[in-house]
Write a protein that binds this ligand. Structure first.
Ligand SMILES: *[C@@H]1O[C@H](CO)[C@@H](O)[C@H](O)[C@H]1NC(C)=O
Ligand SMILES: *[C@@H]1O[C@H](CO)[C@@H](O)[C@H](O)[C@H]1NC(C)=O
Ligand SMILES: *[C@@H]1O[C@H](CO)[C@@H](O)[C@H](O)[C@H]1NC(C)=O
Ligand SMILES: *[C@@H]1O[C@H](CO)[C@@H](O)[C@H](O)[C@H]1NC(C)=O
Ligand SMILES: *[C@@H]1O[C@H](CO)[C@@H](O)[C@H](O)[C@H]1NC(C)=O
Ligand SMILES: *[C@@H]1O[C@H](CO)[C@@H](O)[C@H](O)[C@H]1NC(C)=O
Ligand SMILES: *[C@@H]1O[C@H](CO)[C@@H](O)[C@H](O)[C@H]1NC(C)=O
Length: 888
């Protein structure tokens, strides 16, 4: 097959389309340029003073990065000023996020977002949050209220961001309920395993091969082999008395593939691009003060969420006259710092791979559902979704004892927002159980305000262990005593299971996989000052399965945790006592994929054997294999090897199981791009190399060509890699040419305004590297497959990334605290959402090079601060904030 033919067609098409498109483009561009020109930048600039209604003011300085350093007279003034300045940078994002969480996007975007809104209405965050307010009655919410007061005061005294005018939005005051729905949204994103339960059943249905499903989508310890890296090692498990030989009993007859009616509808395009809050994993590590140059712990965190403009994270510092400070990141709209350091402690987060949610098949008879032989009435709730330029939709949400019944289409739509949601859903009655949508004493507000205020690691450990609400892994430390203290614990509520059943869709009508209780605080695993002198968490399992109350039952893969641990152990061996900031940056910048190093060797060995056996001439293949032989799995911008290897992998993944997935290739690529699949992929090749015939039926097709077995398929994939690169690449195409980091602006990424608002830069790394830049093979598959390369949808050609492997998620925040008053930080975009603020994308160049911004605390005299780098000097400008909380 040759691409030359298509290229010619493509040439003709392009020419004719451009001649039509140009005048039109010019008019539209001019129109929008004017629009943007007249809409002012909303950001507060320079150094200024905020007068809160509380007994206290705040002076605000702008750092070189654009980050505000708030010098507040007291805590209330600090919270108020933080809310005020966050709103000045991110009011549209806050509006967008609360609409997303509450299923109110269609009010402003129209029909295209209805499926997503339906999804979130079914989950019902808003209703849950309203009920949870009850629990907050006795809680002093004044800090929270001060933040919202700041937000609302800003919104009422300044012109709204561009998007408000564009979509005709009238600002409604931000409330604690809005904020609570954002905590639910975040928690929901972090709780990923229900999608995997459905994927396993889907794979079962499609392959009818339990062994393969178990292998490809495993949830057992053996999944990781030599890369196995758990947060607690065996000895540490024993030390806290958590080791056990009693495993939870397996449940044998879950549905297992007895579901065939999976829905094959394509979700609308608008939805495809709403990816701003996807959570795909994160790194955090901490090294004990015994090994560092300062004698105090060093802590580092880079949470990996979906890329967006602006970043999901907002960064700020608040400082108080007594020298206390807090420096860290918030999600705009949530008053508390989620990743931060103070003068005493530091606190970091990563997603925990926990089994916190389940999907049940239900037997519904009329308005009732069956459970243990009896019928119970369905709970019915009405939701009205207003739709711009259209009639409102009345949605009836029905629930069983497990939770709401899901609607297949809207759940698939949610998968584009929350990666944890199922990629595919069967038709029929399935319910969803997750603690986050069962009204309970939502401790996010109480606990986080205490956590921001904690005085020691010990105190933090107790708070984290006793916490409830969304699930997260937490690393923390303090600088007390000679070398400070370092610790780990899982945050949130985890089901206390009696059976090891949460890996598949469960049968809801029998008591097969029920849970009502959560694991009590003192039965959660933890670490405090482990002997090894460091702790690493990167979405790896907490421990092996021989533990009491198993919390982590699956994992996104261990490549990053494995590599970070390897690098830290090397540091401790070679330079204990002098480990410093520079070493942290070296780890943060690492782009070696240990899985790739292993995988490529299987690829090469299997292909070489195949070629030898069949006397096939090299025709350029040996050259590439020799090059890859010497490669160590490093994905640097200026390397060629990753280009070849990634294409080779792509062609294999996209043709593996062609027959089984003949009706829904896109789904297959989504499954095969999932982080979960990565660890198993290495094993798959090991198994293929030892027994190719066993897998032959999954390797029978290569496009239009019949393939004999997997070695043949691998060979054809390599052949195609060569053909493809000859047709589409220069001889020296580098990783940074095909692998870029995309930052879509919501919502303009879907319009021609994308040219102004979106950004794309070259990127190193991949899904499995510490410096993470996860791309999805499915993106390439959907838009630019060789056969349809750049043809078909001219708009996607004009506006979409022209890179084969655009990356949509990465470390959006990078954060290192030395625990001595020095903190390093950067965001992948800038602090402001306003295109003309100068702080829209300013941090990115340094972020990509891992040159973080530095801030030192405390500053005795804030005027002195203005003479110090990296602060900028501005005219003082007074902002009169209207103050209006009376009852405080
Ligand atoms: C909204 O907030 C503004 C400014 O804080 C305040 O003046 C106004 O009374 C609030 N409106 C409502 C309906 O609470
Ligand atoms: C590979 O083989 C091992 C041992 O037979 C098995 O446990 C595992 O599930 C297999 N993995 C895959 C991906 O086939
Ligand atoms: C935990 O490990 C220790 C040491 O290996 C062993 O003696 C003990 O029996 C184990 N406890 C349980 C409950 O398995
Ligand atoms: C599969 O489904 C069929 C029809 O719904 C049912 O008769 C059969 O018992 C099911 N098998 C299992 C293992 O659940
Ligand atoms: C690949 O082959 C080489 C040389 O024959 C051998 O040393 C290596 O262990 C093999 N690697 C794998 C992963 O099979
Ligand atoms: C492999 O690629 C070459 C061109 O590089 C082509 O001539 C040949 O037909 C391909 N082989 C197969 C089996 O597709
Ligand atoms: C913290 O320690 C580092 C490394 O020794 C040093 O460069 C920095 O100045 C210290 N920070 C403060 C605020 O003293």
């Amino acid at each position: 097959m040759s691409w030359a033919h298509h290229c010619t067609i493509f040439g003709c098409k392009l020419l004719s389309l451009i001649s039509y498109a140009y005048p039109l483009l010019a008019i539209v561009v001019a129109f929008y340029a004017i629009l943007i020109y007249i809409s002012k930048s909303t950001r507060l600039s320079g150094t200024f003073q905020i007068r809160s209604s509380f007994d206290g003011n705040a002076d605000v300085f702008e750092e070189e990065s654009g980050v505000y350093r708030i010098y507040a007279e007291n805590k209330l003034a600090g919270a108020y000023a933080n809310g005020y300045t966050t709103a000045s940078n991110r009011l549209w994002q806050m509006e967008y996020l609360r609409r997303l969480a509450q299923g109110r996007l269609s009010e402003i975007f129209g029909q295209s977002t209805v499926p997503i809104d339906e999804g979130f209405r079914i989950l019902g965050f808003k209703k849950v949050c309203e009920e949870e307010l009850e629990y907050l009655k006795d809680y002093n919410t004044e800090l929270v209220d001060a933040y919202f007061q700041g937000v609302n005061d800003y919104a009422h005294t300044h012109s709204s961001p561009l998007q408000f005018h564009f979509f005709g939005i009238n600002y409604e005051n931000y409330t604690i309920v809005d904020s609570c729905t954002l905590t639910k949204l975040t928690g929901f994103m972090l709780c990923g395993n229900w999608g995997d339960e459905v994927v396993r059943d889907y794979l079962s249905a499609i392959t009818q091969d339990e062994e393969l499903v178990q292998g490809l989508y495993s949830y057992s310890d053996s999944q990781f082999d030599e890369f196995s890296t758990t947060i607690l090692n065996e000895q540490e498990l024993i030390d806290i008395g958590f080791n056990t030989t009693e495993r939870l009993p397996q449940v044998e007859n879950l549905l297992k593939g007895n579901i065939t009616n999976y829905v094959d509808e394509v979700v609308s395009e608008m939805i495809e691009e709403i990816e701003s809050v996807k959570i795909d994993g994160s790194n955090a590590w901490i090294i004990s003060g015994e090994h560092t140059e300062t004698g105090m712990p060093i802590i580092s965190n880079d949470p990996h969420l979906g890329n967006s403009l602006p970043s999901i994270w907002y960064y700020s510092h608040i400082e108080y006259p007594d020298g206390a400070f807090i420096s860290g990141a918030t999600i705009p709209g949530i008053p508390f710092f989620a990743v931060f350091t103070t003068e005493k402690i530091a606190f970091t987060i990563t997603a925990i791979p926990a089994d916190g949610s389940d999907v049940y098949k239900e037997k519904i008879i009329g308005n009732e559902y069956e459970y243990e032989g009896k019928l119970y009435p369905l709970n019915v709730r009405k939701e009205v979704i207003k739709v711009k330029n259209s009639n409102s939709i009345v949605l009836k949400v029905k629930s069983t004892r497990h939770g709401p019944l899901l609607n297949p289409k809207s759940i698939e739509a949610l998968n584009n927002v929350a990666k944890g949601a199922p990629i595919k859903m069967p038709k029929g009655d399935y319910s969803y159980r997750w603690g986050g949508i069962i009204p309970q004493d939502n401790q996010a507000f109480k606990t986080f305000s205490n956590i921001n205020d904690a005085q020691s690691a010990k105190e933090l450990l107790d708070m984290v262990k006793q916490s409830s609400g969304f699930d997260d892994n937490i690393l923390f430390c303090d600088n007390l005593g000679e070398h400070g203290n370092i610790g780990y614990a899982p945050y949130g509520s985890y089901p206390k299971r009696t059976k090891d059943a949460g890996h598949r869709i469960s049968r809801g009508w029998i008591n097969e996989n029920e849970w009502d209780e959560y694991i009590p605080g003192d039965e959660k695993p933890y670490l405090l000052n482990p002997k090894k002198g460091y702790i690493v968490m990167a979405n790896n399992p907490i421990s092996t399965a021989n533990t009491k109350n198993q919390i982590s039952t699956y994992s996104l893969g261990t490549a990053r945790a494995y590599r970070i641990s390897e690098l830290i152990e090397e540091l401790i061996r070679t330079k204990s006592g002098s480990i410093g900031y520079k070493d942290m940056i070296d780890i943060l910048s690492d782009v070696k994929d240990p899985y790739a190093e292993q995988k490529k060797q299987y690829f090469i060995n299997i292909t070489r054997q195949y070629m030898k056996k069949n006397n096939i001439e090299s025709q350029g293949k040996e050259e590439i294999m020799n090059m890859l032989d010497k490669w160590d799995g490093t994905y640097k911008i200026d390397m060629k090897e990753p280009v070849y290897f990634t294409l080779w992998e792509f062609f294999f993944r996209s043709t593996f199981m062609t027959e089984q997935f003949k009706n829904n290739k896109e789904t297959k690529m989504k499954i095969f791009s999932n982080g979960y699949f990565e660890a198993n992929f290495v094993q798959l090749f090991r198994n293929i190399s030892s027994n190719p015939d066993h897998f032959a039926k999954y390797c029978r097709k290569y496009g239009a060509i019949d393939s004999e077995n997997c070695p043949h398929l691998l060979y054809l994939s390599l052949n195609n890699t060569i053909e493809y690169t000859r047709a589409f690449h220069d001889s020296d195409t580098l990783w940074g040419d095909v692998h870029t980091m995309r930052y879509p602006n919501i919502p303009f990424t879907k319009s021609i305004l994308k040219w102004f608002f979106d950004r794309e830069v070259k990127a190193s790394g991949n899904l499995n590297t510490i410096n993470m830049a996860g791309f999805k093979f499915s993106k390439f598959e959907g838009k630019n497959t060789p056969n349809t390369y750049y043809i078909g949808d001219i708009w996607s050609w004009l506006f979409a990334s022209k890179r084969e492997f655009p990356s949509d998620y990465s470390g959006n925040l990078k954060f290192i605290s030395l625990m001595n008053g020095t903190v390093y930080y950067s965001l992948d975009t800038g602090v402001s959402e306003s295109l003309f603020s100068g702080f829209y994308f300013n941090m990115n160049p340094r972020h990509m090079m891992n040159k973080l911004y530095r801030a030192d605390f405390p500053r005795e005299d804030y005027f002195l601060a203005m003479d110090m780098e990296p602060m900028r000097r501005f005219k003082i400008k007074n902002i009169e904030a209207k103050a209006c909380i009376e009852d405080l």
